[in-house]
Design a protein around this ligand. Structure first.
Ligand SMILES: Nc1nc2c(ncn2[C@@H]2O[C@H](COP(=O)(O)OP(=O)(O)O)[C@@H](O)[C@H]2O)c(=O)[nH]1
Ligand SMILES: [Mg+2]
Length: 236
């Protein structure tokens, strides 16, 4: 197990919505990989995900159940600001559904400690892979990344991954994405970080589709995402 120095607090922010069948095992897996704070931001899930995590009673796990706000981006901002408040040097974001394997945390954090402000767990660089995703989901992800690379001139291959490590400086930048409340948050975050000329890198991961629970990516989320990217393009 990795020893995290006190001066370099690591926090792992996980947004959850109806992830009761995944989150408990994921927390156990993360705790076996590293010492860090785990911050769960649950949007009042009907399946009582938040309550299930609370009942674990783990000291390093904080649960925030929001009843007044909803959305992936808004939950990520909330969790990132809580992580900053407790003095985290590195803030990881990852999904609750095991698509992001905690096994990669160490290598991603190593890169962050080398001075990269944003480290992305990437499916689209050499060594990265996707397993069991439908052809349709692969096409959506591929098209979304092509669009971001072309329109917003991103140098990154995987712009839509939520498996990331942010430095404190990068976290402060992404908190400015205060209108990106859904899946578009990932794009806004990259846009802000690249614009401020921070150091970015990608680490290859194997992404696996969830085995339990359901994806929350709806057609209306996809449309919102698309409109947001166009808005960024025309305003830049
Ligand atoms: N708090 C919160 N979490 C969300 C919301 N929408 C999605 N998530 C979480 O964000 C992560 C990614 O969502 P997921 O449904 O797996 O999207 P997909 O991987 O693109 O199909 C998971 O941990 C979800 O539980 C939301 O509105 N609020
Ligand atoms: Mg998922």
């Amino acid at each position: 197990m990795e020893n995290v120095q006190k001066s370099q607090i690591v926090s792992i922010v996980i947004p959850t919505y109806n992830e009761k069948d995944n989150i408990i095992n994921l927390i156990k897996r993360i705790n076996s990989e590293l010492n860090g704070n785990i911050i769960i931001v649950d949007d009042n899930s009907e399946d009582k995900t938040g309550e299930a995590v609370k009942s674990l009673g783990l000291e390093n796990v904080k649960v925030f159940i929001r009843t007044d706000e909803k959305g992936l981006g808004s939950a990520l901002r909330y969790g990132i600001s809580k992580a900053l408040e407790i003095g985290s040097s590195f803030i990881v974001t990852m999904d609750a559904d095991f698509s992001h394997d905690p096994i990669y945390l160490k290598s991603m954090l190593d890169k962050a400690r080398q001075g990269y402000d944003l480290v992305i767990g990437s499916r689209y660089i050499k060594g990265g892979r996707i397993e069991n995703w439908s052809y349709k989901r692969k096409m959506i992800s591929w098209g979304a990344n092509l669009l971001v690379r072309l329109l917003l001139r991103s140098s990154l291959k995987d712009n839509t991954s939520n498996f990331r490590v942010y430095s404190r400086g990068a976290s402060l930048q992404v908190l400015q994405c205060n209108t990106a409340n859904g899946y578009e948050f990932q794009i806004c975050a990259i846009y802000k970080i690249l614009k401020s000329k921070m150091r970015v890198c990608e680490v290859p991961i194997t992404f696996r589709d969830r085995e339990k629970g359901q994806s929350k990516l709806s057609y209306s989320q996809i449309l919102n995402w698309f409109a947001y990217v166009l808005k960024l393009y025309f305003s830049s």
